[in-house]
Design a protein around this ligand. Structure first.
Ligand code: ADP
Ligand code: MG
Length: 406
């Protein structure tokens, strides 16, 4: 079956320059379209604890089916050792069917006879979910033979799994060696949001970065510093910056191995960096403890900073007012415990109300906005955790690199 590459038609912007082709510009009727989604949903008691990723994947699949494609979906789920039944994607097929609004068939394997038989029987406008690609360890090793077996199931490849695109695995990257590759609608939306926030931002541009460690985010801080007008840092990460200044941090979480990196980032940032001026402290990281508000340079022995204090909230809020663009990653306190979540909630509110283009990413950050009632209030919430962070670091993600125009 010959494939007509589009001239013009919808393209996906990426990195300001490179154009990528979206599947919305390709005739898919009657074609076997092999789609990589990230359906790696959190599970509890054998059920789906949260189906955000299923909902995010649905439009691409629904539209492909409506346009007459034979839609074949691949995904991973968890990190199975061999064929762990608890990590079967079978229960996800049902939920996917509800979200896509049509029945989703299931194949008990992602390659071999069970897969090929199911694909051969699959009709136009129908959707088939393949079993967990990580039941084969060759997925993660990006084995060429395995990639070829996956690719043999399709005529076209669509990578819609933005959240898995920092991984050079067979089902994300390898198959593109054998099939023409396109961006799906979710991928397109993710790249458009990142493009809007990073490549030509409305100013002033503010980044809010929190979380536990400097070391996991030093690349993000460095790359964002090149672009932003203001960098607000909170969370345990701020403790490491305080210690690097020679301030006492009590028993707060500090990353001693990252003191030099924190110092370097602070030097590079100069006036752009704003750290909390006061902190909510307790003796233990648990609910119901006695709390004290301490100045950031006066944390006492035995006390730990677990949230930003009220003066910091006012200052951060003030600085976020009227921002043209805000990028937020990382809670500014231990937001999983309600006693230490006020700062994150207030900063989230301030970002949502800033009036600017607001982009939020990060696994725990998304958890925080949901539990604190902030969901739905940002311009874009990225489905990626690690993938979003790597993108914000300025790295080229392998699953996006393969979408380059031929
Ligand atoms: P994301 O997943 O959104 O990228 P991170 O994983 O970097 O965010 O950071 C979230 C973690 O940081 C949470 O587990 C939170 O409890 C922790 N954290 C934030 N502030 C503090 C603090 N002051 N002390 C200890 N842990 C903190
Ligand atoms: Mg995290």
């Amino acid at each position: 079956m010959g494939l007509q590459l589009p001239h013009g038609g919808p393209h996906v912007l990426h990195g300001g320059q490179t154009l990528k082709v979206s599947i919305t510009s390709i005739d898919v009727a009657g074609k076997r379209v092999l789609v990589r989604e990230d359906l790696n949903v959190p599970l509890s008691d054998g059920g789906i604890a949260d189906d955000t990723r299923v909902r995010a994947a649905a439009p691409t699949l629904q539209h492909l089916a409506q346009r007459g494609a034979r839609v074949i979906v691949m995904s991973h789920l968890g990190r199975p050792k061999d064929r762990e039944p608890a990590l079967s994607l079978k229960p996800v097929a049902g939920r996917l069917g509800q979200r896509v609004g049509r029945e989703v068939q299931f194949a008990e394997d992602c390659v071999g006879e069970r897969a090929t038989t199911a694909v051969d029987r699959l009709q136009s406008g129908h959707v088939l979910l393949l079993e967990n690609v990580r039941y084969h360890r060759e997925d993660e090793t990006n084995d060429a033979g395995f990639a070829r077996r996956l690719a043999s199931l399709g005529d076209l490849f669509v990578n819609d799994a933005f959240a898995a695109s920092h991984r050079a695995h067979a089902s994300v990257v390898g198959v593109a060696a054998y099939l023409p590759a396109f961006a799906g609608e979710l991928m397109e939306a993710e790249l458009a949001a990142l493009h809007q926030a990073l490549d030509n931002p409305r100013r002033p541009m503010v980044a809010v970065v929190g979380g536990a460690k400097v070391s996991t985010k030093v690349g993000v801080l460095r790359n964002l510093l090149k672009k932003v007008d203001l960098l607000l840092i909170g969370g345990a990460m701020a403790n490491t910056f305080f210690k690097a200044k020679g301030w006492p941090t009590g028993s707060g979480l500090v990353e001693d191995s990252a003191l030099d990196e924190a110092k370097a980032v602070a030097n590079e940032a100069g006036e752009k960096l704003l750290l909390p001026v006061d902190l909510v402290c307790a003796r233990k990281m648990q609910a119901g403890e006695a709390l004290r508000i301490l100045e950031s340079d006066k944390v006492e022995p035995g006390w730990m900073a677990l949230d930003i204090g009220p003066r910091s909230v006012r200052e951060f809020t003030q600085r976020l007012k009227g921002a043209g663009t805000v990028i937020w990653n990382g809670p500014v306190g231990v937001s999983e415990i309600r006693d230490f979540a006020d700062g994150t909630k207030a900063v989230g509110e301030a970002i949502a109300s800033s009036g600017g283009y607001t982009l939020v990413g990060g696994g725990d950050t998304i958890g925080a906005i949901e539990s604190l009632g902030l969901a739905g209030r940002f311009s874009h919430v990225s489905t990626g955790g690690g993938a979003t962070l790597e993108y914000l670091e300025g790295k080229e993600l392998p699953g996006i690199a393969i979408l380059k125009e031929a």
